[in-house]
Design a protein around this ligand. Structure first.
Ligand SMILES: Cc1cc2nc3c(=O)[nH]c(=O)nc-3n(C[C@H](O)[C@H](O)[C@H](O)COP(=O)(O)O)c2cc1C
Ligand code: SF4
Ligand code: SF4
Length: 255
């Protein structure tokens, strides 16, 4: 089983690749499973993969909450995690282990992959240049091959090379501030360039957008994944003035 969450497609690409290479087609989208209150059932010798983007040098809150509260029927024989990040993971591995321990589960292996940046909601935060984005994606494609070999062997260990510095400060002190002060949908605005196509609503992982009078309306359950902003074909969405002129990115399958 592969549990996955992705806003802008980077982690979805990693989850899809692992699903294909590990011949495990049982992929479960975490926001759907959370909405349905789905229990996770494991057959004998079945493994569990958990794939997600790093948010504020940690596990996204919605992933943490799901892992801590989901019903487990049976115990996975091997648990691995694969996260994607723009730069660094901080203490993501440690935080994930804590989430799993609430269910009496232990993480066997942790992998991290750099992918193009998606968070641009603060001054100074910007997208990667196209060259940098390509370099990160190509490097991840290569590293995924090594990860697949290790996962098939059911290797144990932290294979995270992206922890970075000052991780206690970032993951334990800045993270609560980030969630408390910055994660909101109240700053989203849509311009007259909007054509009411509904792509933003269709691709919101949290189903937080409704289309009313041919315009998106944000409904207060946002995790700032930025999918709506990045995927709008008219670039009609902005997050206050912070995103203006910063461009768009989401993972496209043909890359
Ligand atoms: C809300 C938010 C917070 C993020 N925080 C971090 C971070 O702490 N460290 C980092 O390296 N990248 C961070 N990123 C970048 C993403 O982890 C990275 O671009 C990831 O590949 C996005 O995956 P997705 O396309 O599956 O959503 C953040 C992105 C978002 C949207
Ligand atoms: S994706 Fe863009 S153009 Fe389409 S409805 Fe949303 S804001 Fe409007
Ligand atoms: S409203 Fe936009 S930023 Fe918020 S969760 Fe949905 S797609 Fe992501």
């Amino acid at each position: 089983m592969i549990l996955w969450y992705s806003g802008c497609g980077n982690s979805r690409f990693v989850a899809d690749t692992l699903s294909k290479e590990l011949a495990d087609s049982n992929m479960i989208f975490i926001p759907d499973a959370a909405r349905q209150g789905m229990a996770l059932e494991f057959g004998p010798d079945e493994s569990l993969g958990i794939v997600f983007p790093v948010y504020s040098w940690s596990v996204p809150k919605l992933v943490s909450e799901f892992l801590r509260t989901a019903g487990f029927k049976g115990k996975p024989a091997y648990i691995f995690a694969a996260c994607t990040c723009g730069d660094e993971t901080g203490l993501t591995e440690k935080h994930l282990k804590k989430d799993l321990s609430k269910q009496g589960l232990e993480l066997d292996a942790f992998f991290s992959f750099q992918m193009p940046e998606t968070y641009i909601n603060l001054p100074g935060f910007k997208l990667d240049t196209p060259e940098n984005a390509r370099r990160k994606t190509e490097s991840t494609k290569a590293s995924l091959k090594d990860a697949v070999v290790l996962i098939k062997e059911r290797a144990k260990g932290g294979f995270n090379k992206l922890k970075g510095g000052s991780s206690f400060l970032k993951s334990n002190i800045l993270k609560p501030l980030f969630y408390g002060l910055l994660i909101t949908d109240r700053k989203f605005r849509v311009s007259d360039d909007c054509i009411g196509c509904g792509i933003c609503a269709k691709n919101c992982p949290l189903r937080n957008i409704t289309i009313e009078n041919d315009r998106p309306k944000w409904n207060g359950h946002c995790t700032n994944c930025m999918s709506c902003y990045h995927r709008c074909p008219r670039n009609a969405i902005n997050f206050g003035s912070a995103t203006q002129g910063k461009g768009q990115y989401y993972f496209k399958q043909e890359e």
